[in-house]
Design a protein around this ligand. Structure first.
Ligand SMILES: *Cc1c(COP(=O)(O)O)cnc(C)c1O
Length: 413
């Protein structure tokens, strides 16, 4: 057995080191400078040119600052797509606010607009107050129904924070995600469409809001010759070194997106005729997913080699690495986990040197959010129990995709 095939590894395009070298040569080794400005300009151009962009230390920081700019504070409620990675909802709790989770629709797997409206109405009826913001998420890169979500949000006067962390370069009706709502969140973590090793950005509607976000991202310093603080701020700006990586990555962004889409079309071709396995694809021509991670759903009735032994042994370490920092699991099972055939397929792929990962566990089923209100239709929980993410990144070759699908076929009983 040779190399291991990962979901999405960072891939350098070649120009990153030159930007970093320039930062060293000019001693811009700080969280501001030419690379930060240059990267923000690149991102502004990519997102259409009529929005402003602030480079930040992470996508999580971008969510946090967008919430602050929407006036979210203690006791407020924020509507968040339940089917997401925790970075969409954790910052709500940093502010002492409560996430209200909304389930997904079947075709996009993202926030169900009907359920969103029901949730808004019910929160107003129950609390007498409107939720302060709405966070739809482009899960695995797939666009959310942003036309319908914006219509509902506008009719109630609630700002939308688009979590496009996984959907950088995805489009709906031809328009780049992150540019529909008041704010748009991007992530440049090591496994995303492009990387700055770690980093993120917030797409802002105008210069005034960019200035406000930068104020909070730099410890909320007032304009005095000494440190004067009238608000609480954060240290969230992107380093000029990381921004150099980002500037270099902009040269391969289009190539990366094209590659992820190519891998999707390969999976589609290779999986056609494999019964019981369905690839997640753009539901219509209005959607243009970047296919950051290609995902499949496996029929609960499909039997997979070794499924009788699924969940017998504890997993070492946390999903996604987390730099080895994890709590040991207290049990082999939780009350909401992927089906045995999914775990068996994950283990079979793992044994063949292929990284696969269950779909993200919905936030409304996470113990830490057990007290958060949730508006649920069963879609995200069913997907979580039946789905797998497959390798999709720049290092996944055509031969790899064939090997992956061959391995999947071989393990179906
Ligand atoms: C990656 C990600 C983020 C931001 O994460 P960072 O690692 O802090 O950059 C936010 N939301 C979603 C859905 C993500 O996948």
């Amino acid at each position: 057995m040779g190399k291991r095939i990962y979901l999405c590894l960072a891939h350098m395009g070649g120009k990153e080191l030159a930007f970093i070298q320039e930062a060293f040569d000019t001693n811009w080794v700080v969280p501001l400078g030419p690379n930060v400005n240059g990267f923000e300009d690149d991102l502004k151009k990519f997102t259409g040119g009529d929005r402003e962009v602030v480079a930040l230390s992470s996508g999580t920081a971008a969510v946090h600052l967008a919430l602050i700019a929407c006036g979210v504070g203690p006791g407020d409620e924020v509507i968040v797509q339940s089917f997401t990675f925790c970075a969409s909802s954790h910052p709500v709790t940093y502010l002492g606010a409560v996430p209200v989770f909304v389930d997904s629709e079947k075709d996009s797997w993202n926030m169900d607009p009907d359920l969103l409206e029901e949730a808004i109405r019910d929160r107003i009826a129950k609390t007498g107050r409107k939720p302060k913001a709405i966070i739809p998420v482009a899960l695995y890169g797939m666009p959310y129904r942003i036309d319908e979500i914006m219509k509902i949000a506008d009719s109630y006067g609630i700002p939308v924070i688009e979590d496009a962390a996984e959907g950088f370069g995805s489009r709906f009706d031809g328009k780049v995600l992150g540019t529909f709502g008041r704010f748009g969140v991007l992530s440049f973590n090591g496994n995303k469409m492009i990387t700055t090793s770690g980093g993120g950005a917030l797409i802002c509607p105008d210069t005034a809001s960019k200035t406000e976000i930068m104020f909070y991202a730099t410890q909320a310093r007032e304009a005095y010759p000494y440190y004067q603080h009238e608000r609480i701020g954060y240290n969230y700006r992107m380093s000029n070194i990381c921004a150099g990586i980002g500037r270099g990555q902009m040269f391969v962004l289009d190539e990366h997106i094209a590659h992820h889409k190519h891998i999707c079309s390969l999976y589609k071709e290779l999986l056609s005729g494999v019964e019981g396995i369905a690839l997640h694809e753009n539901p219509s021509g209005r959607y243009d997913s970047n296919y950051w991670l290609n995902t499949v759903v496996i029929d609960p009735e499909l039997h997979v080699r070794g499924e009788e032994h699924a969940y017998e042994t504890a997993v070492q370490g946390a999903v996604g690495g987390a730099a080895g920092v994890t709590h040991a699991a207290s049990a082999l099972h939780t009350d909401c986990e992927p089906n045995r055939n999914i775990e068996a397929m994950r283990m079979a792929l793992d044994a063949a040197g292929i990284e696969a990962r269950p779909l993200w566990k919905p936030m409304h089923r996470q113990p830490v959010y057990r007290n958060s209100p949730a508006y649920v239709n069963g879609v995200s929980e069913a997907l979580f129990k039946t789905g797998l993410c497959l390798p999709s990144g720049p290092y996944v070759t055509d031969d790899d995709a064939r090997y992956i699908v061959d391995t999947i076929r071989e393990n179906i009983l």
